[in-house]
Ligand binder design. Structure first.
Ligand code: PMP
Length: 490
């Protein structure tokens, strides 16, 4: 609390002090309940007589702005209405504001360059969206006024039934929500208490980490390798931390692109049964497989309601529809449905009606077949380009579906450094450390192949590879160890 008194001013010192304290009280800088410095202390600090401070405080008390309290000294009061009139006190919102992620600004700057290629996106290129059938169905659905009402809390009945039939469950196990993000948020609010522990893959889907953080739960990382979540060692973590839930992305992991091996799936379910461990299976990419058949979900192997399954139409049809669903035991569905009533009340009925018609008329199956084959062609082009252009020491996983490839740089390069270098050539990707997972992730890149068009992939990777080579050369001339790759790839 600093006050400045001007000895050359014609205004007496006690009035200067009174004015400054009054101004701060009225602006809210000194909120009600604040203790003013003791008279003697403030007098010493300002180099004035004690009576100067006593007079200032006395006048403030007379205006009803402060009060002398026995044992507490002089305390600021809530200013009376009259004192506040004419003074605008800006609203002081409590709590910290979130800092903008500088990476997003960097990526946007790169993508503004002419001819830029984005391997950084998390969505499909716009020409892959099923515009024509959605437009026809939306037009048709809009002829019926009942599509403009609220709809049921757990979702539009026929859509729940269609999803239930496709997944081999009953409609009361299905809840429609406006996005996986809301699903995960509600699961964390309904099933977790602050201080609980959850096991989360490392690295994992970035936006899940924010949810667990805001729920006040402790996150214990579990490693992931080329066969998905490492199940070996998991039981020890369960015994040590007594987690309530495990959050896992078994199919075409984001950001790693890897898929959980069938044997590990069986072990995971057995472990959940032994320890009554809840599993949240986040599966937005599962239907985008490049193998002849899809991988069976953990939910389909679940004998005792351990698994809460989340999926979404965001990655398969369109994220703009904001439609996702969970499959869980009916009591869990009911609890989460009640909680959603407080959050967003209902998912958009119009979008659900359009999606239900999209499924019923067979559009989804046709569309998925087309998307799978386009994405597979792009994945293959990306693999070929990496093989053709990347210098030795750069390694990657081959994804069997989904949107992403994880690529690792040789030591001592980091993905952030490469982003700066490749960004000058208009090539963007997601640096691995964005997804957590410490040192190994610092050398990792998430390369998306659902957004760049086929003809952009080869030239984009070629430019990226040249940027890697330039950095390796720089290192070599600085006496580093070019191309020396050692250790596992996350
Ligand atoms: N989970 C994963 C693994 C994702 O990659 C995404 C989207 N990037 C989501 C959830 C969120 O999807 P939605 O649009 O349904 O909220």
């Amino acid at each position: 609390m600093k006050f400045e008194l001007d000895r050359n001013s014609p205004t007496p010192l006690y009035q200067q002090l009174r004015n400054q304290v009054r101004e701060r009280i009225l602006s809210g800088a000194l909120p009600p309940g604040t203790r003013l410095p003791p008279e003697r202390t403030l007098a010493r600090r300002l180099g004035v007589n004690r009576t100067t401070v006593v007079s200032a405080y006395r006048e403030l008390a007379a205006e009803g702005l402060v009060e002398g309290r026995v044992g507490h000294g002089t305390v600021v009061l809530r200013p009376p209405e009259a004192a506040q009139s004419g003074v605008v006190r800006p609203m002081r919102w409590a709590g910290p504001t979130e800092a903008e992620e500088p990476l997003v600004a960097d990526l946007n700057a790169i993508l503004r360059r002419p001819g830029a290629v984005s391997f950084a996106h998390g969505e499909m290129s716009p020409e892959l969206y099923p515009v024509a059938p959605l437009a026809t169905l939306a037009h048709r659905v809009l002829q019926d006024g009942s599509a403009l009402g609220y709809g049921p809390i757990a979702g539009y009945g026929p859509l729940r039934e269609a999803i239930a039939a496709a997944m081999g469950v009953t409609a009361d196990e299905v809840l429609i929500l406006a996005g996986s993000q809301i699903a995960l948020y509600l699961i964390s609010r309904v099933l977790l208490q602050p201080g609980d522990t959850v096991l989360v893959e490392s690295p994992s889907y970035i936006n899940s980490l924010g949810i667990f953080d805001s729920a006040g739960v402790r996150v214990v990382p579990v490693p992931v390798d080329r066969h998905g979540l490492v199940v070996e060692g998991l039981e020890e973590l369960v015994l040590r931390y007594q987690p309530k839930l495990l959050f896992t992305l078994p199919n075409f992991h984001n950001p790693l692109g890897v898929t959980l091996a069938p044997e590990r799936r069986r072990q995971l379910i057995q472990l959940a049964a032994r320890h009554q461990l809840g599993i949240v299976e986040d599966d937005p990419y599962g239907q985008l497989y490049f193998t002849p058949e899809p991988v069976p979900t953990l939910k389909s192997m679940d004998p005792g309601g351990y698994v809460i399954y989340i999926s979404s139409f965001s990655k398969t049809v369109s994220p703009a529809l904001r439609l996702a669903w969970i499959v869980a035991a009916p009591p869990v569905v009911e609890r989460i449905a009640r909680a959603r009533g407080n959050l967003d009340f209902r998912a958009a009925l119009l979008n659900q009606r359009v999606m239900e018609a999209f499924l019923r008329e067979g559009h989804l199956d046709r569309h998925l077949a087309a998307v799978r084959s386009t994405l597979k062609v792009r994945r293959d082009a990306l693999m070929e380009a990496l093989e053709a252009h990347m210098p030795p020491g750069v390694t990657w996983y081959v994804p069997e579906g989904g949107y992403h490839v994880w690529c690792s740089l040789p030591r001592p390069l980091t993905a952030r450094r490469l982003l700066t270098e490749a960004g000058r050539d208009g090539v963007a990707f997601m640096p691995g450390d964005f997804y957590g997972a410490g040192q190994l992730a610092r050398r990792g890149l998430r390369l998306n192949f659902s957004y760049p068009r086929l003809e952009e992939i080869g030239p984009g990777i070629q430019r990226l590879a040249r940027a890697v080579e330039r950095l390796l050369k720089e290192e070599a001339s600085a006496g580093g160890e070019p191309g020396a790759f050692s250790g596992p790839v996350v």
